[in-house]
Each structure stands twice: as C-alpha cells, then as structure tokens.
Design a protein around this ligand. Sequence first.
Ligand SMILES: Nc1nc2c(c(=O)[nH]1)N[C@H]1C(S)=C(S)[C@@H](COP(=O)(O)O)O[C@H]1N2
Ligand SMILES: [Mo]
Length: 532
Amino acid sequence: MDSRDSAAFRWGATAVVWLLGIFAVAPLVGGHPIAVAAQVVIEVAPGPVATVAIETLGGLAQPALMAGIGILAVATAAGIAAFAEGYGTNRRQQRLLVRAVTVVVVVLTAAGFRAAGDGIVWRWTLATAIALAGPALLRVFREGGRPTVGRRRTLRNLGGAAGVAVGGGLAARSIGGTRTGEGPDPGESLDAVAEKRAGTTTPDSGSAATPVADRGAVENRREVENVVVSVADTNADFGYEFTGMPAAVGSADDHYVVDKAVSNPNVDAGRWSLSVRGAVAEPFELDLSALLTHAAARDMTVTTACISNVVGGDLISTAEWRAVPVRALLAEAGVADGAVDVVTRAADGYTEAIPWEVVRDREDVVLAVGMDGRTLPKAHGFPARLLIPGRYGMKSTKWVEAIEVSTGDHEGYWEARGWVEEAVVNTLSSVRAVQRRGDRVAVGGVAYAGRRGIDRVEVSLDGGDSWADAALEDPPSTHAWRRFRLVAESPDSGPKDVVVRATDGEGNRQTREETGPHPGGSTGWHGVTVSL
Ligand SMILES: Nc1nc2c(c(=O)[nH]1)N[C@H]1C(S)=C(S)[C@@H](COP(=O)(O)O)O[C@H]1N2
Ligand SMILES: [Mo]
C-alpha cells in the first residue's frame, strides 16, 4: 500500500509512541504523567463519583482510569489532525499547529514527570527527554523524507521511534531507582538501622520459622464468600489456629492496603525529614533515624480497618508497629494556645486532621516508623505514618511529611468527599473459618470494636434462631481485634446458616441493621451458609 497516510493516523500513532516511551521510562522517576493525570481526575472527582467508581471497579478503578486517559490522548491527537485536515489548513497553519501541540506536550510531559518524581532534576529531565525522543524522531523522519510517505514506510518509522523510546526507557531503568541510598530503606531491619547508626553491622538473619502444631491433614478446603470451609482428619481439640483463621497478629505481607493514589509516593529517607510546625512555639524537623531511636518510641499491636470494608470483608488487619506518640513530638515543639486540629500532610497530597484535644489526651495516637521489626514497607507509608487506634484507617495518614498544628478546623481528604469526620469504628465481627473434625464443627473468626474492646461474641448455626457464646482469645493488645471460636457437636453434614454478633466492652451489642460503608462504615451481622 502506498497511499498517503491520513494525518489522523500519523498523529494518533505518534501519541502511541509517546505513551510507550512514558511507560518505559517511568521507573526512573517512580511514576509517570498518565498516573499524575489520573490522580488529578480522582482528586477533582466529586466524592460520590469516586466512591461509586471504587465500589464498582475496586482495584481496577485506577488502571481503568489510566487506560481511559491513554486512549483519550491518542484520540485527541488523531482528532486534532483530522480537524486540521478537514479545514484544509495550509502548510504555515499546519506548522503553527504542530508547534503549539509540541509545546503543550513537552510542558505536560515534563510537568508530569516532575510531579511523579520526588524532585531530582536530572531524573525527570532525562525521563522527559527519552519519552519525547520517539515522537521527535518521527518528525525528523517525516520532514527529512519525501513529502508523500507510504504507509509501510510510516509503520517502519513508527516502529523505529517506538524502539528508541522503549530502548531509552529500559536503559534509563538500569540507572536504578530514585534513592540517594543514604537514609534507611523501606522494610529494612530496625536492628540493622540501629547498628548502622552505631557504626556496626551484622548480617540480617531474618525471623526463624515457628513450628506448626499438628492440625491433621486438611481435606476439602474451599472458600465460601471469604470464609474458609474445611474438613480435618484429626481428633485434636480446636485452638484458634485452624485452617482459614487469621493470625492474631499478622505481618506486613498480609496486611491490607488502601490508597487513593495510582502509584505510591517514593520517599527517599535520605532526603526526607518530618516537619513539626504550625501553631507551635518551636517548629523543628526530625529525620527517620532520630524517630526510630526516639526516647518515646514503643512497640504496639494495632488493628486497622478501612471505612469502606463491607460486612465480613477483609480490609482489616492487625500488625505490630514501632511508633512515637504524636503528643511527645508536639510537646517538644510546644503547642500554642488556640490550637484546634493536628493536621497531617502526606507526600501524595493526602491530609487528615484530628482534634488537638484528642492528641493531647491519648498516648496511643502515634506516628509509626516501623512494622514487624523493620522500617515501614512503601505500601504502608514509608518512612512514617499515623495510627489512630479505634478510628477507621482513613484517619491514619501514610507517607507523612508534616505534622501541623492548626488554629482552625481542617477538612481531611475523605471528609471533603462526604465521609464522616470522626470515623470511630463500628463494632464488627466476622466469620473467617469453619472446620469439621469428626462430629464436631468449629466456627472461628475475629471481632473488633476499637477502643471499646470486645466482651462477648455469639454464634448461631441456625440463622439466628438460637445463639451460643463463643470462646474468646485474649486480644493481642487493647488496640487489637479478638479472635473467637465456637465448637459444636454436629454429626449432620447438611447446610448450616452461620451468623455471628459481638458485644463491645460498653455492653452494646453490634447492631443488626445493615448499612453500606458510606459514609460512616458498614454495619450489620455477618453470616454465611455452609455444608460440611
Ligand atoms: N497518604 C495517604 N494516607 C492514607 C491513605 C492514602 O491514600 N494516602 N489511605 C488511607 C486509608 S483509606 C486507609 S484504610 C489506610 C490504609 O492503610 P494501609 O494501606 O497501611 O493498610 O491508609 C490511610 N492513609
Ligand atoms: Mo480506608
């Protein structure tokens, strides 16, 4: 085919080359302009729209949005060209148009990489140059070549330009991540950090495996709506550890993750410091090593749950954190009279606020800097994140850069999108595992009521007609959930309509009324029908 390619085809194809280059070079700065654009869309989207998108698409909402933006970019390029051609623009006008579009694309690409990265000039500049190399080469080919360019030749040029963009991106990748390598890394052993600080090092041995008690061979393991149903070939008594039960204290690897952002911010601890400022007598900055070795640092086991968790859902986890009370940090700065909120500001633009009175009165409102004996993993907010036990996870700002005392009311990220401000957790209980051993069946799970604690859990095997008290494990801490287990004689393998309900430490039974997560967290009893 040697027909002249339409301008729309050439422009669209150029946009595709541009996108390829952008994605190839993204690791150099730890993000890319398309993700930044998606982020802007998420942030300006009205609260209910964002909520509906997250509820219907879940984890696919963000990738879908990025795909949409990519398609829109290509369509816009093709559209502009088709429009210009349709109007029969002359050469001079075409050149002007090309120049204008070029300027816009260069500026957007550079600004996008600048926003995605953490400010290292040469990295985002190099990323921009490589991402634009492909499309730029295409122009050279076209202008250097004959005025009429056959489709085969165009395709060959496009392939070459895409190759240059992707090849350049891969080469840039090999230059490495965005770190200075000076501060502690995400997930680094806290002992190693302390030793480094003291000037000694020993190899990181990792944690020893814990032996597992004989639980019998498990047959017929399946999942019914998040609940693990199994039959075990043993007569051993049930503990709290049978198949499907979550660990009382989980690990970073199995902790749920929820972020507003398309990609997590890469914070370089070597260049990061926490800023404590606002309405305080003496603002100051503290680096990660100083926080890790802070005199008030303590280990605490905390359960967090996302406010968008549904009844029986798994957006709830328990982990061991190393943390410094926020009030200890603020005491060093000296909070001024008239303080209203303690605002946390994050590297991804997220903000949250908690009344100063609450921070002042509660030792357990903390800034976490460690998890499982290591510095925080990136996904959980490296290098520092807030934890407010008993409030939904939205209050616990990750990737904190500043703690700022305000003299006015501050509206947090999700509050501005119509979710409740205080976000005190509702009492919840959920079935996680049902197991048969001979004639006995055990129902196990977790219950949580934040700072109110859990006093009682009842289980029904007949859809709520009759109830029995479950055995309760001691909670791993006052900030954590409690595991429960009910063992019943049940030779009959027919369907069981399992329902669970908890009573908190204030004597209030969990409400049966079913509500969805928006705006104050889901409520209602969890149940599942199983046969085993
Ligand atoms: N900076 C920042 N902090 C954030 C979020 C976020 O998107 N950005 N998400 C919040 C929400 S909604 C929840 S549920 C918790 C999740 O914490 P995790 O991912 O460590 O479990 O972080 C909170 N902190
Ligand atoms: Mo959340």
